[in-house]
Design a protein around this ligand. Sequence first.
Ligand SMILES: NC(=O)c1ccc[n+]([C@@H]2O[C@H](COP(=O)([O-])OP(=O)(O)OC[C@H]3O[C@@H](n4cnc5c(N)ncnc54)[C@H](O)[C@@H]3O)[C@@H](O)[C@H]2O)c1
Length: 375
Amino acid sequence: MAKYRIAWLPGDGIGIEVLEAARVVLDRVGLDAEYIHGDIGWEFWRTEGEAFPKRTIDLLKNVDAAMFGAITSKPAKAAELELVSGLRGTGLQYRSPIVRMRQLFDLYVCLRPCKAYAGNPLNYKENLDLVIFRENTEDLYAGVEFNPVPAELAETLKKLSKPFGAFAGLAPEDYAVSCKVNTRKGSERIVRAAFEFARNFGRKKVTVVHKANVVRATDGLFLEVAREVAKGYPEIAMDEANIDAMTMWLLKNPFNYDVLVAPNLYGDIVSDLCAQMVGGLGFGCSGNIGDKLAVFEPTHGSAPKYAGQYKVNPIATILAAKMMLDWLGETGLGSQLEQAVSAVIAAGKVRTYDMGGSAKTLEMANAIAAEIAAV
Ligand SMILES: NC(=O)c1ccc[n+]([C@@H]2O[C@H](COP(=O)([O-])OP(=O)(O)OC[C@H]3O[C@@H](n4cnc5c(N)ncnc54)[C@H](O)[C@@H]3O)[C@@H](O)[C@H]2O)c1
């Protein structure tokens, strides 16, 4: 029996190709694992009315970790139109499988390392090494949304909130409400994860990203909790920044930052910015981590225009596989893999189109695998 059971969820479009590439490299480092395919994505929505079928949820209950490629999602009306005829008009509603997965399995940490590998022609600046902790289950992604707004909710808001008076006369279909829900527990555990990481990996500073000067209730709570947690880590500096200013400062003085922690939406924004500074979508990797399960993925989507061409850069997914190795405790294999990625980037001989080259997805994977063999 293999040491690890890994759920393997390619999904749609280039998700299939980049996961194939990651497998080449995982096989080369010799991870002792059984990889079990899981259905997820658009085809299952179209034909079954469920992009994240129950059989895949059950699979995730019985694995050590998962690798996820990418999925295609479309707005509600387009999704309804693509259902097979027997399912159309039955009231099915498309829900993003990845957002559901994060909530269902309480994968509350979204960990996004953003490191500039030497010699990557896409680096904004050399030697950048930022790590982002994004809260992954609540905030504006809680899914508590109304469009149109029910009269009952409007009545209650009118009674309880003075600023709501500005909207109170609107017809229900003329406005929408998305609730930003942040909890003390959710805020505490993501901030703690960031500080623990800083402590364990010798990082000097954690910057808490928020907008508490305007979004007083939820971001105020996040900041209050962060200040409390920081007291337990006196050796690590705590810094605070508004999300808007943060995007400017990150571009201007990226070396002033080290570990960043943020509620869900700001974390999403800031991590895309940081990923772009170290090479963009071909390099952005991510771990969705809970207490029992972790799911690793590239941050890009299914890129339909490149699907089937084996053209895109698999490094983001290969670095996600490295994160999985580390999370499983196979840090020796993880660092072999990272050294190989780093060596191939530095050599500059094998580059995919985004890096200015013409290598195909599996050529990049094979070059990295060959480097592992050479280590
Ligand atoms: N986690 C996910 O599965 C996820 C994330 C984002 C978007 N999506 C979905 O993916 C679909 C396509 O979305 P999109 O086109 O806005 O974003 P995308 O990330 O799929 O691709 C946008 C563009 O980025 C570039 N790109 C992406 N991955 C790359 C790689 N590995 N190497 C080189 N270049 C790469 C390509 O030019 C591509 O056309 C949509 O249905 C969207 O909802 C899914």
